[in-house]
Design a protein around this ligand. Sequence first.
Ligand SMILES: [Cu+2]
Length: 658
Amino acid sequence: MNKLLKKSLLWPLAAVAAIGFLSVGCSSNGEFGSSSDAAEKVYVAPGEHDEFYGFFSGGYNGQLGVYGLPSGRHIYTIPVFSQTPTNGYGYSEETKSMLQTTDGFVPWGDAHHPELSQTDGETDGRWVFMNENNTPRVARVGLDEFKTQEIIEIPNSAGNHASSFVTPNTEYVSAATRFSIPMDEKNMENMDVSIDSYKENFKGTISFIKVSDKGKMNIDFQIMMPGFNYDLSHAGKGPSHGWSFFTSYNSEEANTMLEINASRNDKDYIAAINWEKAAEYAKQGKGKMMPGKHYRNYIDHEEGGVAKSEVIEKVRVLDPRKLEGIVYFLPTPKSPHGVDVDPTGQYIAAGGKLSTVIPVHSFAKMEEAIENKDFEGKEQGIPVLNYDSILHGEVENPGLGPLHTEFDGKGYAYTTAFISSEIVKWDIETAEVVDRIDVYYSPGHLMIPGGDSQNPDGKYLVALNKITKDRYLPTGPEMFHSAQLIDISGDKMKLLLDFPTEGEPHYAQAITADKVKERQKRFYEIDDNNHPRATKSEKEARVERDGNEVHVYMTTIRSHFAPDNIEGIKVGDEVYFHVTNLEQDWDVPHGFAVKGANTSELLIMPGETLTLKWEPKKPGVVPFYCTDFCSALHQEMQGYVRVSPENSDTPISYGTGE
Ligand SMILES: [Cu+2]
């Protein structure tokens, strides 16, 4: 790596964090004998499938990218928190309710951590959950249809960063607030108070969302926490099943210039939450039902896949100062970012971004310290365990700016070092570094398929790099972020592949393709289409006026619309095109677009009905057409709508010229 570039990446954080970082020794470059050896490892022949599905959050594009591994091929993008014109998600009448919140319609989101559902501590391929950081929400994406099926808003939270992490049987998805806000403990109101009253008024919350067998999410309880910033989380497993661990920084409770003011304490905390005990308290009716208005939006498969919204007014809030044994603080150096639990569930590793070591806590020692009340003291009423009593070991020389760790299931852990741009492999038992490899550049998260579960597939590792600089053809000031695939099957890590990623992937997860691909829906049965405005045959196609609302019941099949000539629409009308795709074959969607529509096009899957709302502004004859190249006569797939002036008496008429 270019030395100058490396220095320039190191400079900003090092300058601020005036602490003595250890210098990193000579890194092994882990190169293959030749690049063709690496090419062979990632080559997936035309027509062959990749071994893994990779799900990469899109960061500020609010979407979920689907990549094949090891090829790095971008296969698909699932819209989650953002309106997406590719398929009309968030624009169509059927999907726009998915983006409703107590702040109104929010058509954008900052997606961070995709998390596969688990059964018995293993990824099961049912769902991917993903958090929205900005307007706190958690989404559930169904891997039968690769669609967002539910989004729940997180009330009494600001900056839903430590989210959406699952427990080993997907009992819960957890969500902790990154930013604390002033919260009136009587009514959970975000108070209009001076920001300077931070220490006095600001609080955080950690929410536990219960997931039903069918995937339905509801907030079972929230835990009121001191006003720190909660950053990441992972659930315990095996012996630590029933616990979840959350990093916090800003235990200084600073409200300005956090880069300095929140970097003063030598240690912040990992909050260890006994969610099993908290759930028991919640079940007993302990804590209080408090205001916590939030939306739950879901695709109603019983009714044509139309998204519905419900508003929930209250949530149960547990106070750990009163309910003993649900929260303990584990002192952890220094401003920790990631927290990761190894596959055996015995060890808890933290990525202290300003720390010179990776602290590894022992769950057994933690339990013993709790048993013996081996506390350093209390922090705002919550017991703080003794650091030396709970420590398994400290990994020395872990690289500069350690952030996140995943595991290969063979006794090793892999940690990203953001500042020194490397992945460091260490032995979990001995806490000794055994290998390191440069990445290009500045990795945030890293991912091993199943790497946060009880059964990792320790074949590949993906580094999610924040800075690309000279790695690809330049594209002006903005460049795509980048992932790097590393072979971890042997003793030495070997770099195999760079591939660009869209948006700003924060985290990714991957799963053996076999767990997902056999269950794919290929099209929707037209006979099962229970959309209230479905048109199941061309004979039923029609146009109906109801005041100034006009409903067009339209069908598509290669290669025409029915009806394709429509008259009697007037300026000032609200026109709803309910388009049903009559095709019954895989991979034959049709599109629909009409000039001047300020929503987007629609992309309608076979057997599905979607609705585009259009408000024509000018008289004239306006074309509409299919946007998806569906057949050799796709260009012929078109129609016309005649728009008359507001006061005209042109009657409604429609047809296909028969
Ligand atoms: Cu078409």
